[in-house]
Design a protein around this ligand. Structure first.
Ligand code: DAH
Length: 349
């Protein structure tokens, strides 16, 4: 019996020694130490032995079990460690490899221009207000002294959404009317309203059916064109630099009287004449004027008591000129090559 045990032990240890992977060693474990394994099989002899023999053989079997278990477990441990090392070696990170570029977003440069303008006006006590992009004809035109059928409407080829009452605002000027009506006709107002505007223009390098205006309105007592000029001068110098000159030219808008165009001296050639200013030395940045008495009246302000000035900047135009962008569509498309460029342009400026 002892011999049988020794033989089995020898054979098992040899097999264990030869094993080459975790799977094989686990199979051996089942073969020898499993419930129906070879060692269990040997214990079936116990029942035929007398008490002394039983004790002795029992001990021998126990020792066999322990020895095989130890041998198998140390192999398992060995293979597991090997597997782990292999895994770690495979997952090793080579920190000398070049990293992958992480794409980060950057603000649209048009937003940057709007923010700059907002900052300058806020410092002068203006509120920044918002208005709806889907607007009523009443606010977009009628309250602004442009009745139905008036030829001034032709200049703003409008997107109508529902009959002839609901439209996409063709200008931010309706926010003037909304602000005056909300103020109730008895308080001074200083506000600007940046926002998207829409016209049925065919898109090309200088036209977009969607564009960005910044409306401004000041209402108070005894406001004159000189106040508008002074305000414009301060704003222009802050936005375009101390050397920036300004001038007003007569113009026509239905909602202002008198109306003007506001020009700045060309920031590229300092007024000498270049491609940007079409060799005039001047760049028009805004329409403006003294709020028409009809508009004040329509919006609840008594024109005998209150006066005001208003203006409308074309934000796209300012951004294009300032950053040398020659296609307005750049602002509204999502070409990442252009968006990446915005960062560079801003850094250079
Ligand atoms: N709304 C005008 C436009 O789209 C711009 C403008 C001109 C706004 C004069 C004004 C203003 O408030 O007084 O062409």
């Amino acid at each position: 019996m002892k011999e049988k045990v020794n033989e089995l032990k020898k054979e098992a240890l040899e097999k264990i020694e030869k094993v080459t992977n975790l799977k094989e060693i686990n199979e051996l474990k089942v073969e020898y130490l499993g419930k129906k394994g070879l060692v269990s099989e040997l214990s079936t002899y116990l029942k035929d032995l007398d008490l002394n023999e039983k004790r002795e053989f029992g001990m021998i079997l126990n020792n066999l079990k322990t020895d095989l278990n130890n041998a198998i477990d140390s192999k398992i441990e060995y293979f597991e460690e090997q597997e782990l090392n292999q895994k770690l070696a495979n997952e090793e990170i080579d920190i000398t490899l070049p990293s992958t570029k992480i794409l980060v977003g950057s603000p649209n440069i048009l937003e940057k221009v709007v923010e700059d303008v907002e900052e300058v006006f806020m410092a002068m006590g203006y509120d920044v207000v918002d208005g709806p992009e889907v607007e009523e004809d009443h606010f977009n035109f009628e309250l602004l002294n442009i009745p139905k059928g008036h030829p001034a409407r032709d200049a703003q080829d409008t997107f109508y959404l529902k009959g002839d009452e609901i439209l996409l605002r063709s200008q931010t000027s309706p926010v003037q009317a909304r602000t005056m009506l909300a103020a109730g006709g008895d308080k001074p107002i200083r506000m600007i309203c940046p926002g998207k505007t829409y016209r049925r223009d065919a898109d090309d390098a200088t036209h977009s059916h969607q564009f960005m205006q910044i409306e401004g309105l000041l209402v108070d007592k005894k406001v004159s064109l000189a106040d508008l000029k002074g305000t414009f001068e301060v704003v222009a110098k802050q936005l375009f630099g101390e050397s920036c000159e300004t001038r007003l030219r007569p113009s026509y808008y239905q909602f202002t009287e008198p109306s003007v165009e506001m020009d700045i001296s060309c920031f590229a050639c300092k007024g000498k004449g270049c491609n940007i200013c079409k060799h005039t030395g001047w760049i028009t940045v805004s329409g403006a004027g003294i709020v028409h008495p009809n508009v004040l009246r329509n919006c609840g302000y008594d024109p005998e008591v209150w006066t005001g000035f208003a203006f409308g900047f074309g934000a796209d135009r300012i951004a294009m000129l300032k950053y040398g962008i020659n296609d307005i569509r750049t602002f509204y498309q999502t070409d990442l090559r252009e968006v990446d460029n915005f960062d560079r342009l801003e850094a250079e400026n």
